[in-house]
Design a protein around this ligand. Structure first.
Ligand code: NAI
Ligand code: MG
Length: 325
């Protein structure tokens, strides 16, 4: 059966890098693509950043490829992650030969809790002076993330994982998260250690090779994985996967890059590596590895876009990757 892939390019460079990822998918397999709108442009037209049909499409497709949304990003990506029932955001951050990286020895994967923490939407402006936020942490979400982490470790070539938290201060919320994650690891016989997330921020800059798979609460995973992007050479390289029980959504970590949008010079690598994660998720392991090594080859030998010090266009880089396939 041909798998249906929802394609939601969104705004800005999402319109440029998402077609590049589709081109790569077309080069390695037979898929049925259905495109849908989301983001600022469709909001200007219709008043809604995420049209109902886009939500339904993401909820029903075998997988979704998303680009980026502009100012309406939160109104698009949070419901889209919900549409696919995603409970974990997988964010690899690895340095590539040929790419000028601050820390070339970096090879990390963040497994970020994707449904709760401080992003659960319980925010209130109570008075002129006071705003509050209720942070939600459940054992069910923490344990589900930990189960995923254990499987991830078992399937890959990792020794175990590190859980990053701040349970010394947030004893009830991060305390629960830490306890639940470590308990599942112990039950499953997976090696797990822990680190305070602020100390991690320093430590990962100094000695990134000390870490591999890092399991974190929602906000911490968001911030720390962007920090890791800085270590490996920029946002144009980082893919991500939002995995749910039955469904999943794949997207570059970067946004719409308004400073370069429309010029055809965006780096398509993050979007194409997101497509490689999509292939892997759908069981096309061999195709996923082929895409990965084509990308690695082009990063090493060029052509390169301006963010990596080159002069190539999005299309040049995409064609070079497709040629290697
Ligand atoms: P950004 O990721 O769009 O851009 C940050 C910097 O990185 C810019 O200088 C940009 O040119 C560069 N950059 C990013 N991706 C690149 C690529 N593929 N190739 C070459 N250079 C690249 O983040 P920023 O500027 O904070 O946000 C811009 C807009 O994107 C905002 O409206 C924000 O709301 C939205 N956004 C959306 C996200 C999403 O849809 N998931 C995530 C992050 C931001
Ligand atoms: Mg972010």
């Amino acid at each position: 059966m041909t798998e249906e892939i929802a394609v939601v390019p969104g705004d800005g460079i999402g319109q440029e890098v998402t077609p590049a990822a589709v081109e790569v998918l077309e080069a390695v397999g037979e898929f049925e693509f259905t495109e849908a709108d989301a983001g600022d442009a469709v909001k200007d037209e219709t008043g809604e950043a995420l049209p109902e049909e886009t939500y339904e499409l993401a909820a029903s497709a075998d997988a979704t490829l998303f680009g980026a949304a502009g100012e309406s990003a939160a109104d698009v990506i949070l419901p889209l992650r919900e549409a696919v029932g995603s409970f974990v955001n997988v964010r690899p951050a690895r340095a590539y030969p040929g790419v000028d990286a601050l820390r070339p020895e970096t090879d990390l994967v963040f497994l970020r809790e994707n449904t709760e923490g401080v992003y659960s939407g319980h925010e209130n402006r109570l008075s002129e002076d006071l705003s509050t936020l209720t942070r939600v942490v459940t054992s069910s979400a923490s344990e589900r993330l930990a189960e995923f982490a254990c499987e991830y470790v078992a399937e890959g070539d990792h020794d175990g994982f590190t859980v990053a938290h701040k349970a010394n201060v947030m004893r009830e919320t991060d305390g629960r998260f830490r306890e639940d994650v470590l308990a599942v690891a112990e039950e499953r016989g997976v090696d797990a250690d822990e680190v305070l997330m602020d100390a991690f921020a320093t430590h990962v800059c100094l000695d990134p090779e000390e870490f591999g798979v890092v399991v974190c609460p929602n906000l911490a995973g968001d911030v720390l994985s962007d920090l890791a992007a800085g270590l490996v050479g920029g946002l144009g390289l980082l893919p991500s996967a939002n995995i749910g029980e039955e469904n999943a959504l794949f997207e570059p970590v970067h946004g719409t890059a308004p400073d370069i949008a429309g010029e055809g010079v965006a780096n398509p690598t993050a979007a194409i590596l997101s497509a490689a994660m999509l292939l892997d998720h759908l069981g096309y392991d061999e195709e996923s590895e082929r895409v990965d090594s084509a990308v690695t080859g082009v990063l090493e030998e060029g052509p390169r876009t301006a963010d990596l010090g080159g002069e190539a266009s999005t299309e040049d880089v995409t064609s070079a990757i497709v040629d290697r396939l």
